[in-house]
Design a protein around this ligand. Structure first.
Ligand code: SF4
Length: 463
C-alpha cells in the first residue's frame, strides 16, 4: 500500500457517524414517547397496500464476545426466552392493531443477540405469531442472523422449513488466536459445518460477517482468513470495522488494548481484505459489504437501486420499517422510534399495555433532504444533483454551497470527482465515504459551530 494512501488515512481517520440513520442517534429526543410512535403508526396505516419491513430483536446469547457492541442478555437458560416472547407477542399485537389493514410484509429480519439461541418450539412460536398478524409476501426476503456456535445442521434445516431464505453467519475471523482473545469459541471446522448445512438446505443467500481491527489481527493472518472465506464462495460478506469504545461499552475493557492493531495496521488489514475480495470478483457494496457479481445487490449497484436501513443493505425498499423487541429501532412515517433497552422496563411497559418507546425523532423537510443525500452517497457512492433537485424542488448547488466548498479538500485529495452535475466518490474515496458524507450533516455542523467538544467522540473512527 503506498504512502499517499497512508497519509490520507492519517488525515481523515477521525470520529464520525456510520450513518445507519440521519439524523444520527445522538440527535434523537428523550421526550419522543409511546404517543408519538402511535401517531407514526396511525399515519402509516393509511397506505394499506404499501409493503412493510419487519425487524425482530432477540437479545439472548450464551456467552458474551468481548468486542460486541450489541445490548445482549447472557444466559444459558432457554426458558428465560419465554417471558420475552410473551412480551414480543403483546408488542406485535399493539403495533398490528395500530397498523389497521396495513399488513403486507416484503422483508422480515431477525437479529440480535442470537436469534438461533431460540430452540425449535420457540423458533416455531415466534414465526407463527408473526405470520398470524402479518401477510408475508411470497417473494419476501426472510432473513436471520445466526451464531454457528449454538447452531446445528438440523436447526439450519428447520429454519428453511420455517420460511427463511437468507441467512447470515457470524464468523468474525477463522484465526483461533483472535477468536480466543475475544471469547468466541468457534472452531473453523464448526463454521464450515454450519456453512455447508446452509448451502445444502438451499438458502438463496448466505452472508458471512467478518470483523477487522480485533486483537492479534494483522494483514497476513486476516488475509489468510479472507482467502479461506473466498474459497467458500458466500453470496455476500460483511466486513465490519471493530469500534473500540470502552468508555461506552464497559465490557470492551476486558480486551487487552496492547494487542489491538494500530490505525495504520487496521487500515492495511481492511485494504488487503478488500483487494482480495475485488480480485476474486466480488463487488463492493457501500462501505463494508461485498457481493458476488451474480448477487442481486451487485446488479442493484449497477442500476443505483441499493438501499440501506437498520437491517443492512437491500434491493427491496419498504417505506416503513417496524421493529420489535428491546433496543429495536423503527422508521415509520418519517419518524424514528427506539424501544426501551432494559429488559425489566420493556416488560413493564408491555404489561401495562403500552408501547415501549423511549426515544425518537421526527424528521423535518431539511432532515429528509439530507437523509436522502447521505443515504444515496453511502449506498451508491455517487449523487446526481438533477435527481435530488427533481425530488426535493431545490437548486442543489445553491442549497449545498457551503457543503460543496467544504468538500474541495476531498476533491484535491482525490476522494471525489465533481463533474456533469454529479458528485462521485473515487475508488480511493469509497474508503472514506463517511468523511464525504459528514459535510452534509447539518446537526454535526451545528454542534461543532456551537463548540460542542463532545460532538465527535460519540462516534467511532471513520477509517
Ligand atoms: S457477537 Fe453475537 S454472539 Fe457475540 S455477544 Fe454479540 S450478539 Fe452475542
Amino acid at each position: 500500500m503506498d504512502e499517499t494512501l497512508l497519509a490520507l488515512v492519517a488525515k481523515y481517520d477521525r470520529p464520525g457517524p456510520r450513518y445507519t440513520s440521519y439524523p444520527t442517534a445522538p440527535e434523537w429526543r428523550d421526550d419522543f414517547g409511546p404517543a408519538d410512535y402511535a401517531g407514526a403508526l396511525a399515519a402509516a396505516a393509511a397506505a394499506e397496500q404499501a409493503p412493510l419491513a419487519l425487524y425482530v430483536h432477540i437479545p439472548f446469547c450464551e456467552e458474551r464476545c468481548t468486542f460486541c457492541g450489541c445490548n445482549v442478555v447472557v444466559t444459558r437458560k432457554r426458558e428465560t426466552a419465554d417471558a420475552y416472547l410473551d412480551r414480543l407477542e403483546r408488542e406485535i399485537d399493539l403495533v398490528a392493531a395500530a397498523l389497521g389493514r396495513r399488513r403486507l410484509v416484503t422483508q422480515l429480519h431477525w437479529g440480535g443477540g442470537t436469534p438461533n439461541y431460540l430452540d425449535e418450539p420457540r423458533l416455531r412460536r415466534l414465526m407463527a405469531m408473526l405470520r398470524a398478524r402479518f401477510a408475508l409476501d411470497p417473494a419476501a426476503e426472510i432473513a436471520l442472523e445466526i451464531d454457528p456456535v449454538v447452531a446445528s445442521p438440523q436447526q439450519v434445516r428447520l429454519l428453511r422449513e420455517l420460511g427463511f431464505n437468507r441467512i447470515s453467519l457470524g464468523v468474525q475471523d477463522l484465526d483461533w488466536t483472535v477468536l480466543q482473545a475475544v471469547n468466541r469459541r468457534q472452531p473453523e471446522a464448526l463454521t464450515r459445518l454450519i456453512y455447508t448445512a446452509c448451502r445444502e438446505a438451499g438458502f438463496a443467500g448466505v452472508n458471512l460477517d467478518l470483523i477487522y481491527g480485533l486483537p492479534h489481527q494483522r494483514p497476513e493472518n486476516f488475509g489468510e482468513t479472507v482467502r479461506k472465506i473466498i474459497d467458500l464462495q458466500p453470496d455476500r460478506v460483511a466486513l465490519f470495522s471493530y469500534a473500540h469504545v470502552p468508555w461506552l461499552k464497559k465490557h470492551q475493557q476486558a480486551l487487552d488494548a496492547a494487542t489491538l492493531p494500530d490505525a495504520a495496521t487496521k487500515f492495511r488489514i481492511f485494504h488487503g481484505a478488500r483487494a482480495r475480495f475485488l480480485a476474486a470478483g466480488y463487488v463492493q457494496i457501500g462501505m463494508d459489504h461485498f457481493a458476488r457479481p451474480g448477487d442481486e445487490l451487485a446488479a442493484a449497484l449497477r442500476e443505483r437501486r441499493v438501499h440501506r436501513n437498520f437491517m443492512g443493505y437491500t434491493v427491496l425498499p419498504a417505506d416503513d420499517l417496524v421493529a420489535f423487541g428491546i433496543t429495536a429501532i423503527s422508521a415509520v412515517a418519517g419518524r424514528f422510534a427506539q424501544n426501551e433497552p432494559r429488559l425489566a422496563r420493556y416488560y413493564r411497559a408491555l404489561d401495562a399495555g403500552e408501547l415501549p418507546t423511549v426515544k425518537g425523532y421526527e424528521l423535518d423537510a431539511d432532515d429528509r433532504l439530507r437523509a436522502h443525500v447521505i443515504s444515496t452517497l453511502m449506498c451508491n457512492f455517487d449523487l446526481r444533483f438533477a435527481e435530488v433537485e427533481a425530488r426535493f424542488g431545490i437548486d442543489f448547488r445553491a442549497t449545498f454551497a457551503a457543503e460543496l466548498a467544504e468538500l474541495a479538500a476531498a476533491r484535491d485529495d482525490g476522494l471525489i470527482e465533481l463533474a456533469d452535475g454529479t458528485l462521485r466518490a473515487t475508488d480511493t474515496g469509497r474508503l472514506f465515504i463517511r468523511n464525504i458524507c459528514m459535510p452534509f450533516d447539518a446537526h454535526l455542523r451545528r454542534r461543532r459551530a456551537a463548540g460542542d467538544a463532545d460532538a465527535a467522540p460519540r462516534f467511532s473512527r471513520t477509517v
